[in-house]
Design a protein around this ligand. Structure first.
Ligand code: REL
Length: 836
């Protein structure tokens, strides 16, 4: 092998044989890689106790020096060595790391001018970056590692992407994922060009912070102000950059003061290049529960008038104007429209049409405020309108929304998007986006403790949204961030590259994430644990255990499955290297054990009562087991708060957010009611068929009937792709895609078939979620499984994780029958058939 330019290389000590890397030769298309051994033409980042020096330009954005410093710390984490970061130093070393933004950094501009980096692949692009190893880039420099961004965030993402490749997890600080130390670090020859992202604005909403991140921040981070304040936001913003995210809806509950109350907050956001936003009920970057209801007098020297735009327009306009003036130099996405002071309907006219008119007026006036106070053209000021909860019905009732405002469609708070843009709406210049929950306070029941919405469901819903052009902005309600770290990372990875984790391969994310976080050897076992954890969580989230009824058989199955994954998780914990034990507890063991104990507590309590009714003495054993599980939840939560990572997370984990009854000790049998044990009721069991186990499928032209693992009950489902497939009319059922199931009936007569589906919502207003079913060629029966959000069937569906329809069929002969299930609407997912 011919080694050119050996000047940066030390003696090549090949500790391991890495065939593909050994053959590395720089070609135009070759991507960079990382290695612990020195491969010809690699860039030596750290070796023999020395590290390369990092150069940045002082004129570049603040976030570039923030990223460079973070990179320095990451190299230190990896090697115990500490590189020097030099600002504005022209005397580059022989092998420098150059970090900068095109148009902002003289180094990068010079490299672009001499053709050493490709200007056209960066110029004018949104959040794009290249990482390259370049030979003789500048006179006197022999080889450089160059991270160049198309804009300030692009540069920072490039730096953090390289950190991630080197082995520093984006969760390194937030979940104590400590990387293994390495003797040397090299970046192999090549060039990687990354970006632009699939979704333009991507971020998180810190919400319902009262039982986690707020008390924790008060105790451990912003101890001076005793709140969730600037020090915590600094860490949150760094996390966002590491996740290649760019947008925040800050915490907004009454327990937290408004984001803008701490003058440093928006300044830090700007330094970290994070785009400011406000939730669906906080128009114009104002936080009303604090700024209107509590602090108004302090700010304006008088009490506020009513929160009624029809009665108090001038005062409200001023309140919004002042914020726009304060924020006009920050990168921000303005939420327009209006709801109640907090999470309620806009007060004002009772008549719906009047309300719609008033809301339209609010938006018009808010835009005028933006236009008057911000120098850019109105259409270039990013604005969103989020038709959340009752606001969707106002939008549907005819609200006139300006064309350049982005519609941020919301889910039903339980992971199912309520509506997406129809073909007309897709033409709007403002485009659309999604507000999606992986944590929630509200009806029919909160889920604020653990995080159990699977990557498969997130991918299914958000990929569908993307196909309906919701690519402008995604915001994920992540609660307290912990313990939703993995799911948050997944959503941001998906927002960055929509093709990476399609619904049909999203079940593989856990393995890839676990390899990145804990190492390859633990990846498969962790993924196996997570798959069962998500499946059980889909059938009833731990927080929903007292709201979903299981048969005795189902309850036993759950407990056996949980016991198995808990044992696997515990065994794996013993094998984890010391450096990863805290991370493992936070990310895997606590959620799995917590969910298991919650199931034990509830299901054993129910069992004790049922047995006591029958006069069975073992009832008392189950009471004991239930109590033990309850006590154990308290103990592991105490451990999370007080012992893990030396008590770093004290206050973060509350096993009973909002003190809801489900978190208490349930009623158990204390005495046995002496009663004759009756005959056990015989139940005539259904035949259960996983929808994905079809005998045949027929996909109509231009569409595909896709099998999706990890989605919904029974851990798989079938759905029609693409999501934009047209709904099938009632008289055209023969043109629908369908799955075929051959079933042996042992008896003739009437049989019922329950088809269990993912409880999705119609893709557009007026579109349903229908399937049709026919047995032995009888007339297909059409079922719509999508009730309006908030009604009682919807409530049941989201708690139990499925919506279903039951049809009756006459079987005229025993033996083989042919069942056909037709998928009539985009977004219908069939999970399971139950035949009685
Ligand atoms: O999830 C949501 O978006 C809403 O429920 C929140 O805005 C609200 O703060 C809720 O947490 C209750 O107060």
């Amino acid at each position: 092998m011919k080694i050119r330019n050996p000047y940066c290389l030390s003696i090549i000590t090949l500790l391991f044989f890495v065939p593909n890397l050994l053959l590395a030769q720089k070609t135009q298309s070759q991507k960079i890689g990382v290695s612990e051994i020195n491969i010809p033409l690699s860039f030596p980042l750290a070796e023999k106790g020395k590290t390369a020096t990092i150069y940045i330009d002082g004129r570049d954005a603040d976030v570039v020096s923030i990223a460079a410093d973070a990179f320095k710390n990451d190299i230190n984490l990896l090697t115990n060595l500490s590189p020097i970061v030099k600002q504005d130093d022209q005397n580059l070393s022989a092998c420098p790391v150059i970090i900068g933004t095109l148009g902002q950094s003289k180094f990068i501009d010079q490299l672009a001018k001499t053709g050493k980096i490709n200007r056209s692949s960066l110029q004018g692009k949104w959040e794009t970056f290249s990482i390259s190893v370049i030979e003789n880039p500048i006179k006197g420099v022999k080889r450089a590692l160059v991270i160049a961004g198309s804009d300030r965030r692009g540069t920072a993402y490039g730096v953090f992407e390289l950190s991630r490749m080197l082995g520093v997890s984006p969760l390194s600080w937030w979940a104590d994922v400590k990387p293994a130390t390495k003797k040397a670090l090299f970046v192999t020859a090549g060039e990687s060009l990354v970006g632009p992202p699939s979704v333009k604005y991507r971020g998180i909403f810190i919400n319902d912070e009262d039982w986690g991140i707020q008390p924790w921040a008060t105790k451990n981070m912003d101890t001076d102000v005793k709140d969730l304040g600037p020090k915590t936001y600094t860490k949150i913003f760094e996390l966002l950059l590491r996740l290649k995210a760019n947008y925040i809806w800050p915490a907004m509950h009454p327990s937290t003061k408004a984001f803008f109350y701490y003058k440093e907050n928006p300044k830090i956001a700007d330094k970290y290049a994070i785009v400011l936003g406000g939730s669906h009920c906080e128009p114009m970057l104002r936080n009303n529960v604090f700024e209107w209801a509590e602090n108004f007098e302090h700010e304006y020297g008088k009490k506020p008038g009513e929160w009624r735009y029809d009665l108090n327009k001038n005062e409200m306009d001023k309140y919004w104007t002042d914020r726009v003036i304060e924020a006009k130099n920050y990168e921000a996405v303005y939420t327009v429209g209006m709801r109640g002071i907090h999470d309620g309907s806009m007060p004002g006219p009772k008549d719906k049409n009047e309300k719609v008119k008033l809301l339209g007026q609010v938006i018009t006036d808010q835009r005028e405020i933006l236009s008057k106070n911000i120098s850019s053209s109105l259409s270039s000021i990013p604005q969103i309108f989020c038709p959340y909860k009752e606001v969707l019905s106002l939008y549907q009732a005819g609200l006139k929304l300006p064309d350049d405002v982005t519609i941020v469609w919301a889910d039903d708070n339980h992971g199912y998007v309520r509506q997406l843009s129809n073909p007309e709406e897709q033409k709007r210049s403002g485009g659309s986006g999604v507000y999606y929950h992986i944590s929630y306070w509200g009806s029919p029941h909160d889920y604020l403790w653990l995080s159990s919405i699977s990557p498969s469901l997130i991918s299914y819903e958000l990929t569908k949204a993307y196909q309906y052009k919701a690519d402008r902005l995604w915001v994920i309600n992540v609660g307290d961030i912990k313990p939703a770290e993995m799911e948050t990372q997944f959503a941001m990875d998906l927002a960055w590259d929509i093709n990476k984790w399609k619904p049909e391969n999203a079940h593989n994310y856990a393995e890839s994430w676990a390899a990145e976080t804990f190492g390859k050897e633990f990846a498969k076992p962790i993924a196996d644990i997570k798959a069962v954890y998500y499946r059980l969580g889909h059938e009833a989230k731990p927080e929903h255990m007292s709201s979903v009824n299981f048969t005795e058989e189902q309850a036993n199955e759950r407990l056996v499955a949980y016991e198995k994954i808990y044992n696997q998780a515990k065994n794996l914990s013993n094998k984890m290297p010391e450096r990863l034990k805290d991370a493992y507890f936070e990310l895997i063991l606590y959620p799995v054990q917590g969910a298991y104990l919650m199931n034990q507590k509830i299901l054993y309590a129910k069992k004790s009562l049922a047995l006591a009714e029958k006069g069975d003495q073992t009832a008392l054993d189950y009471s004991k087991k239930s109590r033990a599980a309850f006590e154990q939840i308290k103990l592991i939560t105490k451990k999370y708060n007080e012992e893990i990572a030396g008590g770093k997370w004290n206050g973060m984990m509350d096993y009973r957010p909002r003190k809801l009854p489900v978190f208490d000790m349930p009623k158990v049998a204390d005495t046995i009611v002496k009663k004759a044990i009756g005959q056990a009721e015989s139940i005539k069991k259904p035949i259960i068929i996983k929808a994905s186990n079809f005998d045949d499928k027929v996909a109509q032209k231009g569409s595909d009937l896709q099998n999706i693992k990890g989605l919904g009950i029974s851990d798989s489902g079938i759905s029609v792709y693409p999501f934009t497939t047209q709904p099938i009319q009632e008289n055209e059922i023969a043109t629908a895609s369908y799955a075929v199931y051959n079933i042996d009936f042992e008896t003739e007569g009437e049989h019922s078939i329950e088809v269990k589906c993912l409880p999705t919502q119609g893709v557009n207003n007026g579109i349903k979620v229908r399937y049709a079913i026919s047995v032995n060629g009888d007339q297909p029966q059409i079922i719509n499984v999508s009730p309006a959000s908030e009604n009682n069937i919807w409530k049941l569906n989201v708690l139990q994780g499925y919506a279903s329809g039951i049809t009756k069929h006459q079987i005229t002969k025993t033996g083989k029958s042919v069942i056909k299930v037709y998928l009539l609407d985009p977004g219908v997912v069939i999970n399971q058939l139950e035949i009685k």
